[in-house]
Write a protein that binds this ligand. Structure first.
Ligand code: ATP
Ligand code: MG
Length: 420
């Protein structure tokens, strides 16, 4: 199962007297039966030597971070990243943590995040190295740290986010000791840069099982620091009015949005529509009012929600474009429900299309996914009403496209277009 390109590189390093091993994600993924064109390696060679060895062999070589000892290259369809062995994890009390290079594979593996990521295959011998029982963990689908989770997470609190991210990607369960450490140490995540937290959050939301990862973030308290508006959606239920749990609803809408995602025609998960689905009701806790007769209302939670969404995304250092896109989806998602069903005038439909702009396909997904209520018949009625609206929009667009080209065409051209 080891690709020829891997052996080729292994031979090249061995001939120059350096150790090389396939490590981390790709080893885990081979065991899971999922191949990838991205490969990570660890080596005894220093970055300068790695660069030289790659230069005469790869199609393209680049410096990913010489400070961290990582050189990247492309060879055919393969993307390879080669990182020099590291020894001790950096001293967190030092203000200026420096990379200290190591001279052996076991030390390098000992500072990795999880046992399932601390496996390696030495090259060119194909000797399998698994000091922490990663193979057993993969078989049992559990996430454990090589040493104590407390030590690991105080070395690098981002690993707590990574545990939730891998749980979401792989459908694995973190070991109880890992969950306990995440719960006890959640607050430490605040020392990590917003960009690194954001990158893990994006991977989590774009994963196959985002609910698993999000439930972990919320139940351990990590979400209170990275996305506090999410746990806030767990509005207390009132026995008499049986008010629905907006958090549960949001996860359901996210899952329905994921099912509708193929409509976008892309091959990659769409973070924007997923994240908008997750936080579309983010304005509800702030706008909730209990009215006489026990009715609960959320006045303008779309507008308030859009503001909250943008503020949070800004804090997480998302791009302005992403912030605007999610903000707009959150703001527009209520209009369909607000207008009521079936009563739309043509100009209301046009305004909807114009306001959505190039977000229309995503708005369709979000609004359609949001057509859920506990009452199954009501939900079905909502869905078919929205399908009707989508059809009307499609018809209106076709018609307007024709209207806009008609004046410039003469009879012959029109006959040609119509195939007459
Ligand atoms: P993917 O690339 O599919 O997201 P991956 O397992 O390759 O998953 P990366 O984030 O690319 O994950 O990291 C590559 C490897 O580096 C990991 O498998 C792990 O061994 C190690 N690693 C990455 N980040 C950390 C960290 N914060 N602490 C310890 N080890 C880490
Ligand atoms: Mg990787």
């Amino acid at each position: 199962e080891i690709a020829p390109v891997v052996d080729e590189l292994g031979n090249r390093f061995a001939a120059a007297g350096h150790e090389l091993a396939l490590v981390g994600g790709p080893v885990r993924d081979i065991l899971l039966g999922r191949g990838s064109k991205d490969l990570d390696f660890a080596t005894s060679a220093r970055p300068e030597a790695v660069e030289k060895l790659l230069a005469g062999w790869a199609d393209h070589v680049w410096d990913i971070g010489k400070a961290f000892g990582t050189i990247g290259c492309r060879k055919g369809e393969w993307i390879l990243e080669i990182t020099t062995y590291r020894s001790e994890s950096y001293d967190p009390t030092s203000r200026n943590p420096e990379v200290s290079y190591g001279d052996n594979l076991p030390d390098d593996l000992s500072r990795r995040d999880f046992a399932m990521n601390a496996m390696a295959v030495r090259l060119p011998s194909h000797e399998f190295v698994d000091p922490y029982g990663g193979l057993a963990d993969v078989a049992a689908k559990v996430i454990r740290t090589p040493g104590s989770p407390e030590d690991s997470f105080s070395d690098d609190p981002l690993r707590m986010m990574r545990a939730a991210r891998f749980a979401a990607q792989l459908g694995f369960t973190p070991d109880p000791a890992v969950v306990a450490a995440m719960t006890a140490m959640a607050e430490r995540i605040t020392i990590i840069s917003a960009e690194r937290v954001r990158d893990e959050l994006v991977k989590l939301v774009c994963a196959k099982y985002p609910r698993i990862g999000l439930d972990l973030l919320v139940s351990t308290g990590l979400a209170d620091h990275v996305l506090p508006e999410l746990p806030a959606l767990r509005l207390e239920r009132d026995e008499h009015h049986r008010h629905k749990d907006v958090y549960e609803h949001s996860l359901t809408v996210l899952e329905q949005a994921i099912e509708l995602e193929p409509r976008l025609g892309g091959t990659e998960p769409d973070f924007i529509s997923r994240f908008a689905a997750l936080i579309h009701d983010i304005g509800k806790p702030k706008t909730r009012k209990f009215e006489a007769g026990g009715k609960v209302t959320f006045h303008h939670h779309d507008v308030v929600g859009a503001k909250l969404a943008k503020k949070r995304m800004k804090a997480l250092r998302f791009s302005n474009e992403q912030i605007e896109q999610v903000g707009k989806l959150v703001e527009l998602h209520l209009r369909f429900h607000g207008y009521g069903t079936g009563e739309w005038t043509d100009s209301a439909v046009r305004r909807y299309v114009r306001d959505a702009g190039d977000l229309l396909s995503r708005l369709h997904i979000l609004t359609r996914a949001d057509c859920t209520t506990r009452n199954k018949r009501k939900a079905e009625a909502l869905r078919s009403a929205y399908d009707d609206l989508e059809e009307r929009i499609a018809r209106l667009r076709e018609q307007e496209e024709l209207d806009s080209i008609r004046p410039d065409l003469d009879g012959n051209q029109i006959m040609e277009i119509l195939g007459i």
